[in-house]
Design a protein around this ligand. Structure first.
Ligand code: PAF
Length: 289
């Protein structure tokens, strides 16, 4: 059986009924699918009998000055990727279908949604949570898979599921990187060859920070920061929005002496392309070495 494509609520409900005998995993996406998404679909296959993918560029999570209208839309190719990767169902609603007129109520991402990415993209995580909850309600998955590349998104989604008792198990999937270290992203296609050389500083900074974990938070940030400072002098330059070492449960900066797993997160722009990346760093705790 080929992949079933549903572009409306009625078609989705009819298709969803076909999978009611088994478990269903959902991979929510905004399309422009790449190897990273393919790996989410494969991981999802290990967690449920069937996999559904949603493809919807969600206007609610873009600010007016962001790239909503130029966000890549490659539906035909995306459907082929979903089919090849073993998805059984693809939901491709229109904005009118998802947000009928009169909409008023949305999900608030709380304090966590105002930190880091949320500080640079006000309202972004409220938009993400609102669409994710709607997708959960429409598709009714048992499990949903999200990439760890968007670590803060994964954390706010886990928070929503816990706080609102949403009956969906959330699975985080490892970041997929190109051989040069650049984390895969639909936005990488905007980078010129020169931009890409500068952009490699993100993953290099994370590796440098990661390598100094045993020396504590300050050393991790200093080592990663030195790589970013160097890239700020490159042509084209890297323009850093933030570099932070945060508690994965709250996304607040870790205090000195913090022990356990933290997330080293970075966001930076090369030209008009904004990129994010992160890495888990295990800190030994205790006073700085
Ligand atoms: O990560 C994304 O592609 C989006 O933020 C998501 C989770 C599909 C919600 O629109």
């Amino acid at each position: 059986m080929g992949v079933i494509v549903a572009d409306g609520r009625a078609e989705l409900a009819e298709a969803r009924a076909k999978f009611s005998g088994g478990t269903l995993a959902l991979v929510p996406t905004m399309g422009a699918l790449h190897e990273g998404h393919r790996s989410l679909i494969s991981l999802a296959r290990g967690h449920a009998d069937h996999v559904a993918v949603s493809i919807f560029v969600n206007p609610l999570q873009f600010s007016p000055n962001e790239d909503f209208s130029r966000y890549p839309r490659t539906l035909e190719r995306d459907l082929a990727v979903c089919e090849e990767a073993g998805a059984a169902l693809v939901f491709t609603p229109s904005a009118a279908e998802m947000y009928p007129e009169g909409r008023q109520v949305s999900v608030s991402s709380g304090t966590m949604g105002t930190l880091l990415e949320g500080a640079f993209r006000p309202g972004h995580f409220d938009g993400v949570l609102t669409v994710v909850l709607k997708l959960f309600n429409l598709v009714q998955p048992n499990v949903a898979v999200f990439g760890r590349k968007d670590a803060q998104q994964l954390a706010v989604i886990k928070r929503m599921v816990a706080d609102l008792d949403v009956p969906v198990t959330i699975v985080g999937a490892p970041t997929v990187r190109d051989p040069d270290g650049l984390a895969m992203s639909s936005r990488n296609r905007y980078l010129s060859a020169e931009d890409r050389v500068t952009a490699l500083a993100l993953s290099r900074a994370l590796t440098a920070g990661h390598g100094h974990a045993e020396l504590g938070p300050q050393a991790v940030l200093a080592q990663a920061g030195a790589v970013l400072d160097q890239a700020a002098k490159a042509e084209p330059p890297l323009e850093v929005d933030y570099l932070a070492l945060v508690d994965p449960a709250t996304f607040a900066p870790v205090p000195p002496g913090f022990a356990g797993e933290a997330i080293l997160a970075v966001a930076a722009r090369v030209g008009s392309t904004r990129l994010i990346d992160n890495s888990a760093v295990v800190l030994p705790g205790g006073p700085p070495a």
